[in-house]
Write a protein that binds this ligand. Structure first.
Ligand code: IMP
Length: 178
């Protein structure tokens, strides 16, 4: 097992790149099947999903398009926590089959707020593809149609996911050591 250090914190190898590759291919095959004859718009959520969405798209053999969005960190606060705002949606998604592509659904609050905003633009359908799901952390029910890995409540880095800005370039996934 390989140990690395990021910002003074130790991380251990957890998911090798070969497993990620296999699972991304499996998710792509499901999307190829479900969206046959359609032309989905992949909405990659920056920054974390950039690697996943690139690999996912290269495994799609249906017609598809891509665009990127971002959630602002904090646009204000409520009693339930941070209110985030959707940034970067420059085109109309009315009547489109949208697939939100996210790195990880943790509490689900980011996805909840993104779904609410996107539904207001009247897409034909919206589904979520997330590389990781941490069910133990979910605070709101979110229906994630496509997910590559379900993981325990541990902080992870690599393959696009960061720890305070670093670690996104790692080709494998690392778990925070206890
Ligand atoms: P949520 O709103 O709590 O679901 O947060 C989702 C966002 O938090 C993800 O898109 C990530 O940017 C970040 N995040 C949550 N868990 C992790 C993790 O284990 N590693 C890196 N980023 C994470």
């Amino acid at each position: 097992m390989q140990t690395i250090e990021i910002h003074g914190k130790k991380f251990l190898t957890s998911i090798p790149r070969t497993s990620i590759e296999n699972e991304v291919k499996r998710v792509a095959a499901e999307i190829n099947q479900d969206y046959k004859g359609k032309r989905p718009l992949l909405l990659g959520v920056l920054n974390g999903a950039f690697m996943f969405v690139a690999d996912l798209m290269r495994n799609l053999d249906i017609e598809c398009e891509i665009s990127f969005v971002k959630m602002s960190s904090y646009a204000g606060t409520t009693t339930t926590g941070a209110v985030k705002q959707l940034l970067g949606l420059n085109e109309s998604i009315e009547g489109r089959d949208v697939i939100i592509v996210e790195d990880i659904v943790d509490t689900g609050l980011t996805m909840q707020s993104m779904l609410e905003t996107l539904k207001g633009y009247n897409p034909a359908s919206i589904n979520i593809a997330s590389l990781f799901l941490k069910p133990a952390r979910l605070k709101v029910p979110i229906d994630v149609k496509y997910s590559a890995f379900t993981i325990p409540d541990r902080f992870i880095v690599g393959y696009g996911l960061d720890y305070d800005g670093l670690g996104r370039n790692l080709p494998d996934i690392y778990d925070a050591a206890e």
